[in-house]
Design a protein. Structure first.
Length: 309
């Protein structure tokens, strides 16, 4: 169970460690649409918030041995966030990623000082290897999305949006494993609705809501490096059952078009996973009411800029 109290505790813990990213109005004179520029976060991804919260909480509780350090599994972004946070706090980090992880992300992991292990073709395989390593080495395991401290850290984004736009009606987020969704939905509960956007080829939350429980899905498509979890996390599923989000799907063409639009219209260089939330609007998968006030979380910038057109 995650609540707004957990998010507020995370906000206090990570204060001064992360960047308070701006919320910009798409058109200050006529629009009810805002973009939360979380792609400007330290390490280029929203997950830095949860990484700091998990690591600092571990040091506070004594569950993190500063000599043995942390271990994380990731398609790339969670590893970057944890490697960055660990380096800033001064503890070692080992990060397991699939062999298919983008080279730009693997290179940055090493720049942050992490020991990188590439295992398997999917996040799930890297995850199992990281769990084995944590058990053997005594390192603190930092989950990519399904730990309370991780999700609560991500939820601080929702607190910032609701502070900057107190009368926002809707917050649109991309969903992979669901940590971002879970934190923001907990922060916004009773104050704003959440629209959860997923690729049609990785519908973790959508499939779980239809089945009544988390289920495995196949993983493929252009956003798989960021949103490539096989199933929704238990924390996110519990929050979804409690808060009743709107769940929509977008295909790869819509994600690609949204990413191009963010670059061409606003000069935002973001990864495909980060463009998925915006694709929920540009593809009309979610159609706001005429007077609905909507904030879209643009959550990551770890991309190859040569692919922008």
């Amino acid at each position: 169970m995650i609540t707004r109290d957990d998010v507020l505790a995370a906000q206090q813990r990570i204060h001064g460690r992360v960047r308070r990213t701006p919320v910009i109005a798409v058109d200050p004179t006529t629009s009810n649409l805002w973009l939360k520029c979380e792609f400007l976060q330290l390490a280029g991804v929203f997950k830095t918030r949860g990484a700091f919260n998990r690591i600092l909480a571990g040091l506070e509780s004594g569950t993190l041995d500063p000599v043995k350090g942390i271990v994380a599994a990731s398609g790339g972004n969670a590893g970057l966030a944890n490697a960055y946070a660990a380096a800033q706090v001064g503890v070692p980090a080992t990060v397991f990623v699939p062999e298919t992880a983008p080279a730009v992300k693997v290179a940055r992991l090493r720049e942050y000082g992490a020991t990188v292990q590439q295992v398997g073709q999917e996040y799930a395989e890297a995850y199992l290897a990281a769990i084995d390593f944590a058990d053997a080495a005594g390192a603190l395991f930092c989950h990519a999305y399904d730990q309370l401290e991780i999700a609560a850290g991500a939820g601080t984004i929702g607190e910032e949006i609701l502070t900057d736009i107190p009368d926002v009606d809707t917050i649109v987020v991309a969903v992979g494993g669901g940590g971002l969704f879970a934190g923001i939905a907990a922060a916004a509960e009773g104050r704003a609705r959440v629209v959860a956007v997923e690729p049609t080829q990785i519908p973790t939350l959508h499939s779980a809501l239809r089945a009544g429980e988390p289920v495995d899905v196949a993983v493929s498509g252009i956003a798989a490096d960021a949103l490539g979890a096989r199933r929704i996390g238990s924390i996110a599923f519990d929050v979804a059952r409690r808060t009743g989000p709107t769940s929509v799907l977008v295909d790869d063409d819509a994600i690609r078009a949204a990413r191009t639009a963010l670059w061409q219209d606003y000069r935002m260089a973001v990864e495909y996973g980060a463009a998925a939330a915006y694709a929920g609007l540009t593809s009309n998968a979610y159609q706001p009411a005429p007077d609905e006030r909507v904030a879209v979380v643009i959550c990551g910038a770890n991309t190859d800029p040569t692919t922008l057109v």
